[in-house]
Design a protein. Structure first.
Lengths: 154, 464
């Protein structure tokens, strides 16, 4: 998606804005800056700073990608976007696109780094792993549009 | 430095349980998979490439666009009407008695209404040149809304420029996606379009069958309880255009209260025809209009003008001024037609005896039509709209339509203008049974009624 004069003419920019130039770097920078802020807190150990970064990131993903539905723009088309989460709207529902791969790989890499920095401590591992599973499950193509146990159905 | 780092990682891994290592290994592998496994056409070195000419041709060949316009599948026959369409109508140069058009009170031939409209025409010109919210509001529009609100005993009224779009706009103005509508299966086409445009979940109950409605309510409401934001609507017509039957309003009002529904009533036919002073079904059945959330009416039938209106509380009406699409995005009613409607309302108030006269004629016509041997009569005896269904149950719908068309043609040659009710069969909700739709005019004399029934009897005997 490129920026053109007079707006992009996209009825639902949720579908495309994540594939814009510089989004991957921006995303990474935001997470890194949050992490640096946490590292700067005096009484937090490095292990805790990493775990908290990981959990905050995953909570943000669960909320913004997998919980809230619809989009903040008035729909000009009679589409079903209003019932879909942001993740389901990305690239119009197409699976395994670059954007989707990035958003899936990011929490995994973050988790692996967290494991390393917590020296694979079991308590940290369990908490971080649960947080990872929570963001990975709704990203699987099998769960596209599925509301397990009616969670978040309306 | 790097040796230290590798040693550090190694010591971490050495002190890790095996299942953690396995999980971490799987996750690393999945990330690598995502990076290296790619989709889409590739060239030999694995780079993304464009489609070749042949592949493009193939893709284009496999693409079939949808038709822009659907095939109609039938032809409309045309007839030329000249002069004013009153009690008599001139079709292709032949003067016929008119029981086909909706002119219940015969006000289309009223001289005062015509004169008042002419005065208005000289004052304002023909059109209003804009939608109501955009330079299209004139004093006559506000007058008409005031008058309608007062006449119907409601707080406020809103006037639409086209009768069809009144209900078709009013329903989707309130009922949205996730809402639930319960509607009679025989509601007219305008309401059906409104139900469709609302994108709500619609359940149809059997025509005028309150037991079926209650069954449906008990069955379907729990399904929507999970969504706390949903609203429930009940849609009915005062007198049904497609059957001529009257809705059991007191029962509907009781159900509205019991199940907490919002009741929308289309008084298109019943406004200006039944009730002691023409105020419609609420007056006839002694129901408090406040019990009905929204009443819609038409200015095209009893009132000899164009357009429609909704009456209700201030909040309900104000909402439509921005959310009623037919109100917002359509030029307002031409001032001369607005003036005609105002004058007609004045006539309603000056001559309330009109309504009892109409009811008398309706009853008379009902009695006479019921005696026709080849037909089954449908419709309330007070209703100015009546339907004649063919008695013969063996025939298919297509055969019945053909027979009715023949009857209509033969009646025309016998100086009786009559219509068979036309439906877009593939677009209707419950396919209505083919019928002749008879409309009553207040000006019909006993001789006219006798004559009409005689012609129908002779024609039907010769054809069926």
């Amino acid at each position: 998606m490129s920026m053109i004069a007079g707006g992009h003419g996209e009825a639902n920019p949720n579908k495309t804005y994540l594939s814009a130039k510089g989004i991957w770097i921006t995303y990474t920078l935001v997470v890194v800056s949050v992490h640096i802020l946490l590292l700067a807190v005096p009484f937090l150990s490095i292990s805790f700073a990493w775990s908290i970064t990981n959990i905050l990131h995953n909570l943000a993903q669960v909320y913004f990608l997998h919980t809230i539905k619809g989009h903040p723009w008035i729909s000009t088309e009679n589409s079903s976007d209003i019932r879909q989460t942001h993740w389901e709207q990305i690239d119009g529902g197409e699976q395994f696109t670059a954007t989707r791969k990035f958003l899936t790989a990011f929490p995994i890499v973050l988790f692996l780094l967290t494991c390393l920095y917590t020296r694979n401590d079991i308590d940290h591992f369990i908490v971080n792993f649960v947080a990872l599973v929570v963001v990975l499950l709704p990203k699987l193509p099998y769960f596209h549009g599925v509301r397990v146990f009616g969670i978040n159905k309306y | 430095m790097s040796i230290l780092l590798v040693g550090e990682i190694f010591s971490i891994l050495l002190n890790t349980p095996t299942y953690v290592l396995v999980i971490e290994f799987i996750l690393t592998a999945s990330v690598l998979c995502m990076i290296f496994v790619r989709s889409g056409p590739r060239d030999n070195s694995g780079r993304k490439r464009k489609l070749t000419k042949e592949e493009e041709e193939e893709a284009i060949k496999n693409y079939t666009p949808e038709d822009l316009i659907e095939e109609l599948g039938y032809e409309l026959s045309s007839k030329t009407v000249t002069g004013r369409v009153g009690k008599h109508i001139t079709i292709d140069g032949k003067k016929c008695l008119n029981v086909a058009t909706h002119n219940y009170l015969g006000l289309l031939e009223d001289q005062t209404i015509l004169e008042k409209a002419m005065v208005s025409l000289k004052k304002y010109g023909v059109g209003s040149c804009g939608p109501r919210g955009f330079y299209g509001t004139l004093d006559v529009h506000l007058d008409l809304e005031d008058k309608l609100a007062k006449f119907m005993g409601a707080e406020e009224a809103v006037v639409y420029s086209y009768g069809f779009s009144t209900m078709a706009s009013a329903i989707p103005a309130y009922s949205k996606r996730n809402d639930v509508i319960f509607a009679d299966e025989k509601v007219n086409f305008a309401i059906q379009k409104g139900l469709q445009a609302s994108r709500s979940t619609v359940y149809f109950y059997k025509h005028n069958n309150m037991a079926d409605l209650e069954r449906l309510l008990l069955e379907k409401i729990p399904l929507h309880k999970k969504n706390p934001k949903h609203r429930r609507f009940l849609v009915a017509e005062g007198i049904y255009m497609n059957t001529g039957e009257m809705c059991p309003l007191p029962e509907l009002v009781a159900i509205r209260k019991k199940y907490q529904l919002r009741l929308f009533l289309d008084e298109g036919i019943s406004f200006g025809t039944i009730g002691k002073t023409g105020r419609g079904l609420t007056e006839l059945l002694n129901v408090d209009p406040l019990e009905i959330d929204l009443i819609c009416g038409s200015l095209e039938w009893a009132v000899p003008s164009v357009g429609g209106f909704c009456v209700g509380s201030h909040f309900i009406i104000e909402h439509q001024r921005l959310s009623g699409l037919g109100y917002c995005f359509s030029a307002s009613l031409p001032p001369l037609l607005t003036q005609a409607a105002i004058t007609a309302l004045d006539t309603f108030e000056e001559h309330p005896e009109m309504f009892s006269e109409l009811v008398e004629v309706s009853k008379k016509v009902h009695k006479e039509l019921a005696s026709l041997p080849k037909f089954k009569l449908s419709g309330d005896k007070l209703s100015p709209v009546k339907h004649l269904f063919l008695e013969d149950q063996q025939k298919t719908v297509e055969e019945k339509i053909l027979i009715l068309e023949q009857i209509v043609e033969k009646c025309l040659s016998n100086s009786l203008a009559i219509v068979d009710a036309k439906y877009l069969l593939d677009k209707e909700q419950a396919n209505p049974e083919p019928s002749l739709r008879i409309t009553v005019n207040r000006k019909l004399t006993d001789d006219d009624v006798k004559n009409c029934v005689n012609v129908l009897k002779n024609v039907s005997n010769s054809i069926c």
